[in-house]
Design a protein around this ligand. Structure first.
Ligand code: SAH
Ligand code: SF4
Ligand code: F3S
Length: 435
């Protein structure tokens, strides 16, 4: 019996799919490459933007004809999309051949839902519980030498454009000892990079009884023996503390790399987004990061086309991008999400949004290109992650600052640290040779 998982959305979902794989393998399923060979197909969904939802719906639609030929195939839809108000019912209506729909907090019920379906139950729909942060599910890890580790679930911030707090529930931090024990075990197993996950890692611990915080957690993890790297995402400018920045600077095994979403360069728009920081505060954090870690790689998320964004607001975003010089930026066009405050505001027209994103992307591309060129001729320690996707006989890995480097080498290097001299660059990608 075979399973196939289709994953959409953020790293949180990538890791959750590893838990889905772990649960399915525990009840006897094996992975396969193609949906049409699978006995169980799981869609682990995202609803952050309309484009994500449309794509998933298209892919569920594709299965209709396969399911018609193979009636015993079980189709399950789980994750953020199903947790939206009324979404599960809508899904069942649009795709009646979907067998199982589970909300984000009912993930642990998947094996029972599959068993029930196999015993002949018509369909299963669950979206009611709130999964405790202490629940441990089996994990089949698929990203060696990196291992994802949740430190918290949910989000309390209610940025006015964002659906996540509605579909992931309130913040729940895992106990510090549990997280440290998991990381310790992973390092003993040979993982070389640990990526800590949370929607807002900087508020880790605010719901714990003992006053623990993210800086303390980072410090405990960085103290574990061995040669490995620590990364984390996502940081929130309203909560990041000097204590966190100091710990990052103090420990060599915490990467000189941060993903710090800014969203907008306009203090007025930031206020309307409910972000709780302004342009000046964001720039002050960047200064602090760079003064304590001069070679830090900083990436960000930026949104254009928020309902109240004027041309002047957008120009402030462009100006901030020029000032900060991010290594890379993930840029998005605002997409109204039903049930969020911003969706009820008057919306900007599509042409304005398109013009702004095009201008922003062009600006950032120039910066990324110029920063890449600065790497040329220097030697960096790279953790080899995988064989290069397009080049024969080549592997790829990341510098501590988070840059992807491709160079000649064989698959047995995966999981090793090597020194690579950068010889050329192409936009965000670097190319080099082992020293
Ligand atoms: N927790 C993280 C990111 C979560 S979602 C944080 O607070 O930054 C990832 C990114 O998607 C966000 O940073 C934002 O830039 C983008 N995003 C969220 N909601 C969106 C929406 N409605 N339309 C377009 N982009 C959105
Ligand atoms: Fe969404 Fe804001 Fe929470 Fe990030 S911090 S997940 S953008 S509500
Ligand atoms: Fe998408 Fe859910 Fe992540 S909405 S971005 S998969 S938290």
């Amino acid at each position: 019996m075979y399973y196939k998982i289709k994953t959409y959305g953020c790293q949180m979902n990538v890791h959750e799919s590893e838990k889905i794989a772990g649960m399915l393998e525990a009840i006897g399923y094996l992975p396969c490459e193609e949906e049409d060979q699978a006995d169980v197909v799981v869609f682990n969904t995202c609803c952050i933007r309309d484009t994500a939802e449309k794509k998933i719906q298209g892919n569920i639609g594709v299965l209709k004809s396969i399911k018609r030929q193979r009636k015993e195939m079980i189709i399950a839809v789980v994750g953020c999309m199903t947790q939206q108000k009324g979404a599960a019912e809508l899904l069942k209506k649009k795709f009646p051949y979907v067998d199982i729909v589970l909300g984000t907090s009912n993930l642990a019920d998947l094996p029972q839902a599959i068993e029930a379906k196999r015993r002949g139950k018509k369909s299963v729909l669950l979206q009611d519980s709130t999964m405790d942060a202490a629940v441990k599910l089996p994990v089949t890890r698929t990203s060696f030498p990196n291992a994802w580790v949740n430190i918290m679930y949910g989000c309390n911030n209610f940025c006015t454009y964002c659906i996540v707090p509605y579909v992931r529930g309130r913040e729940r931090s895992r106990q510090i000892d549990d997280v440290v024990a998991e990381v310790d075990g992973l390092i003993k197993e040979g993982y070389k990079e640990i990526t800590l996950l949370g929607q807002n890692v900087d508020s880790y611990g605010s719901d714990l009884a003992n006053g623990e915080n993210f800086a303390m957690l980072l410090e405990r993890i960085a103290g574990i023996e061995g040669k490995y790297r620590i990364r984390f995402m996502t940081s929130h400018p309203k909560d990041i503390s000097s204590q966190v920045i100091d710990v990052m600077a103090r420990y060599d095994n915490i990467c000189n790399n941060i993903h710090l979403p800014v969203q907008s360069g306009s203090s007025k728009v930031l206020k309307e987004m409910n972000r709780h920081y302004d342009r000046e505060r964001y720039l002050a954090i960047i200064d602090e990061l760079r003064s304590k870690m001069p070679d830090i790689g900083i990436t960000t998320d930026i949104m254009v086309g928020f309902p109240t964004e004027t041309q002047e607001d957008f120009e402030e975003t462009l100006d901030l991008v020029r000032k900060v010089r991010f290594s890379n930026a993930f840029t998005f066009v605002y997409s109204p999400r039903k049930g969020t405050p911003a969706a009820t505001m008057p919306q900007l027209d599509a042409a304005t949004k398109k013009a702004r994103i095009t201008t922003l992307v062009a600006e950032q591309n120039q910066i990324t290109k110029a920063l890449s060129e600065q790497y040329i001729g220097k030697v960096y320690e790279v953790l080899v992650e995988d064989v290069a996707p397009k080049a024969e006989g080549a592997v790829c890995g990341r510098t501590e600052s988070g840059r992807l480097v491709t160079f000649a080498g064989s698959a047995d290097l995966i999981g090793q640290f090597v020194n690579v001299k950068i010889t050329r660059s192409q936009s965000a990608s670097l190319f080099g040779e082992i020293q």
